[in-house]
Design a protein around this ligand. Structure first.
Ligand SMILES: [Cu+2]
Length: 144
């Protein structure tokens, strides 16, 4: 192997920190939750699933207001993730580490990850619980 390639390989091995562990609270029957978890795992995250009768309690203790609620609540690296939050936004959150409770995609918009369907709803990823309150973190356009 050429020396440069070997050096680059060694460097990439060194910088590959283990991805943070995620815990997801979901109900037993939630299929779209499972689809979202599949996508999160495919992105390299390690996921522990906690099956609960209702995610309301997990959501409340994670500090996500009911009005931003969705079908599952996840905890990762000190942050909460509510609903079908896109992977790129999770990665940005973990990289930027803003002062906040976490991210939420309220409801279950069609076209969000794990909610693939015939069209896309426009939806917002909300940044929850910053010192200035809640704000729009990322806005995704709809397809109709
Ligand atoms: Cu869902």
């Amino acid at each position: 192997m050429p020396r440069l390639a070997a050096a680059l390989l060694a460097l990439s091995l060194l910088s590959a920190a283990p991805p943070p562990q995620m815990t997801v609270f979901k109900t037993a029957t939630c299929g779209c939750c499972a689809k979202w978890i599949e996508l999160v795992r495919a992105a390299g995250f390690t996921v522990t699933i906690k099956v609960v009768p209702s995610t309301a309690e997990a959501r409340e203790s994670a500090g996500i207001p009911e009005k931003y609620g969705s079908c599952h609540t996840a905890l990762i690296d000190g942050y909460a993730l509510e609903g079908h939050v896109p992977i790129a936004d999770i990665q940005k959150l973990l990289k930027d580490k803003p002062k906040a409770r976490g991210l939420a995609v309220p409801g279950m918009p069609m076209g969000s990850p794990g909610m693939e369907g015939p069209y896309k709803d426009a939806y917002k990823v909300m940044l929850i619980g910053t010192p200035d309150g809640n704000s729009v973190y990322h806005q995704y356009p709809g397809s109709r």
